[in-house]
Design a binder for this molecule. Structure first.
Ligand code: PEP
Ligand code: MG
Length: 607
């Protein structure tokens, strides 16, 4: 955390704090300090042996009541057409985790403490285990566990729920942390921004803020301690700062930033509602990457034309136990409905479980010395056929509701592709036998994210309906540089000649079979790279939804001939130039056609 005080300023109360830019945009207004639920104080007492059974009855009654509350919250959200219901579906799974329930019961029986104490002790053990996880997304799931624990304790102790009922005018919410259930309870229309002491870019509040387009800065450390209710606050979610009680000069600078952003937003808005295309009208599809746990309702606002990558594994990661087939079918159906709302040509691409690498199932952590090269993704699925088919049936069931596709992750060989297809056919047979409807024409695609797949693309293209290039992995496997290790990040080069050649081979192979190619790795959301991929022949870019307006604007500013020319230049540079030189050449070329890209990039692609 980096703090600066404006020493030249006469106003001693002004303070600027830097945190993590979690959701871009600017907000100015009065502070609303949200005090989290007071730590629920749990009375600890011994229960006599003859009271143990009654204590357990009390526990199960509290679980039932908590379940009822969560279910009612879910239906309120769904009925009101609001997003966030899946957060609470996860809460139900946490609540109903049989291991937790038996651990609590054991604690009551064996240590003869009251049930509140048993809940607190048991959850404390899980909390500690989650807090030690290396994956930041999983670490953040501690908040869900806390949230469920608080709910159960409130029911047991009869403590009322805290709310945001006092907010009556637009405010910037300042809090030490926000639990998922609190973020959903917030009156959205009155919240200008979030300034939060704790959290990371993958906290719920960050995910929700991005999905709702509310500016947010998290990881501020101690902002709550530095504000009073009603203080003026300037929140810059693009650069990750907040300024409390700003002086006149700072307000003027901020106003300039806001004005500039508004002008650029107007520029981006010009293309809203138009299908993605180049300047001369060649179509380019702009799709959103999505995952369970993050609301899908905001995709239309960014102009997403479909869901190009649905990372199904997040349904597993957020839970204590694997989701059942029905739970999966429900989550996938929600995605199909959200996709259908994006337009008649929209389609949702369900990627089969991509577990392993840096995403582990519960209890699977670090069981291999090199998980990125281990039993990951399609390899894991093919070694767990029952789970694989269960997922396929769930996806097929959802496909009956709207246009869907399935995508095989991390395929290296034609054998894997065929084995996966065979499982899909078996899953279809199982549904047919049970008389359950599904889309007989469900499209099947293959991710190209291993160099072997790019080199075998000609063979693969004959057996699938589309390719989706996962540049996140393709780059790491091509350069042998782990995507999550900072000290080798200098090798993580999207425009390395080797990567460009593999992408080129993939597109050429797809063209020969007349199948489309998408890019769904993070490079799709970089205006320079996204434009380069389209110049190389990629038909669809799938990215974080909020990046779509930027990419759409840049591609609308270039003709297909110019995009091709840029790609040709990049190809020619592959013989004697570095990745950085190729990137810079592309960037300069784009800037010569779309000069406003520079400013747009600064304002719209950071958070
Ligand atoms: C990729 O590898 O580019 C990709 C989209 O998959 P993930 O980031 O989920 O591995
Ligand atoms: Mg990948």
């Amino acid at each position: 955390m980096n703090e600066q005080r404006d020493e030249l300023d006469a106003n001693p109360a002004m303070v600027t704090i830097s945190g993590i830019a979690a959701s871009r945009g600017f907000a100015a207004g009065p502070v609303f300090v949200h005090r989290p639920d007071p730590v629920i104080s749990v009375p600890e007492y011994e229960v006599s042996p003859d009271r143990v059974a009654a204590e357990l009855v009390r526990y199960h009654a509290a679980l039932d009541e908590t379940r009822r509350q969560i279910e009612s919250l879910i239906s309120q959200l769904k009925d009101g057409g609001r997003s966030g219901a899946d957060i609470f579906t996860n809460h139900l799974a946490i609540l109903d985790d049989p291991e937790t329930a038996s651990a609590v019961e054991r604690c009551v029986r064996e240590t003869r403490v009251n049930v509140e104490t048993a809940v607190r002790r048991t959850v404390g053990t899980y909390r500690a285990a989650f807090s030690r996880m290396s994956d930041p997304y999983l670490r953040e799931r501690v908040r869900d566990i806390d949230d469920v624990e608080r709910r159960v304790l409130r029911v047991l102790l009869g403590v009322a729920e805290n709310a945001f009922a006092q907010i009556s005018e637009p405010v910037v919410v300042v809090a030490s942390e926000l639990a998922p259930s609190e973020t959903v309870a917030i009156p959205r229309e009155l919240v200008l921004g979030f300034a939060i002491d704790s959290g990371s870019a993958t906290s719920h509040v960050s995910l929700l803020a991005r999905a709702l387009g509310i500016p947010a800065v998290v990881g501020l450390g101690d902002v709550v301690a530095r504000v009073n209710p009603g203080d003026d606050i300037l929140l810059d979610g693009t650069n990750g700062t907040v300024t409390v009680n700003p002086d006149v000069k700072t307000c003027a600078e901020f106003a300039r930033l806001v004005k500039r952003e508004r002008e650029l937003r107007v520029l981006l808005e010009e293309d809203r509602g138009r299908e993605g295309a180049t300047k001369d009208g060649a179509p380019v599809r702009f799709c959103a990457n999505a995952q369970p746990g993050v609301p899908l309702g905001g995709l239309a606002a960014f102009g997403a034309e479909g869901i190009g990558l649905y990372r199904s594994e997040y349904l597993w990661l957020a839970r204590e136990r694997p989701p059942t087939e029905d739970e999966q079918a429900e989550a996938y159906s929600e995605a199909v409905r959200a996709s259908a709302a994006l337009g008649p040509n929209s389609i949702v691409v369900f990627r089969a479980l991509d577990i392993g690498g840096d995403k582990f199932l519960r209890g699977q952590t670090a069981s291999e010395p090199n998980p990125f090269l281990g039993n990951r993704s399609i390899r894991w699925l093919l070694s767990h056929r029952e789970s694989f088919r269960e997922q396929l049936r769930a996806i097929l069931r959802a496909s009956a509701l709207g246009r869907s596709a399935i995508l095989w992750p991390m395929v290296a060989t034609i054998g894997e592709l065929r084995a996966a297809r065979a499982e899909l056919e078996k899953a279809k047979d199982e549904l047919r036998a049970a008389g359950i409807p599904f889309d007989e024409h469900l499209l099947v695609g293959c991710m190209i994210e291993i160099p072997a797949a790019a080199l075998s693309a000609g063979q693969f293209a004959r057996e699938v309906d589309f390719f989706s290039i996962g540049t996140n992995d393709l780059i790491q496997y091509t350069l042998a540089a782990d995507r999550s290790i900072a000290c080798v990040s200098y090798l993580y080069q999207p425009t390395n000649p080797a990567v460009l050649r593999l992408i080129d081979m993939t597109v050429q192979a797809a063209n020969r079979q007349n199948i489309p190619v998408a890019v769904c790795g993070a490079t799709a959301g970089d205006p320079v790279l996204g434009a380069l991929w389209v110049g190389m022949g990629v038909a669809e870019l799938s990215m974080s939804a909020s990046y779509i307006p930027v990419l759409r604007k840049v591609l609308r500013g270039m003709t297909s001939a110019e995009l091709r020319e840029m790609a040709d230049r990049a190809r020619r540079m592959c013989d004697d130039c570095s990745a950085a030189e190729i990137y810079e050449a592309c960037r300069s070329y784009i800037l010569s056609k779309v000069p406003e890209m520079e400013a747009i990039q600064t304002f719209f692609t950071s958070a």
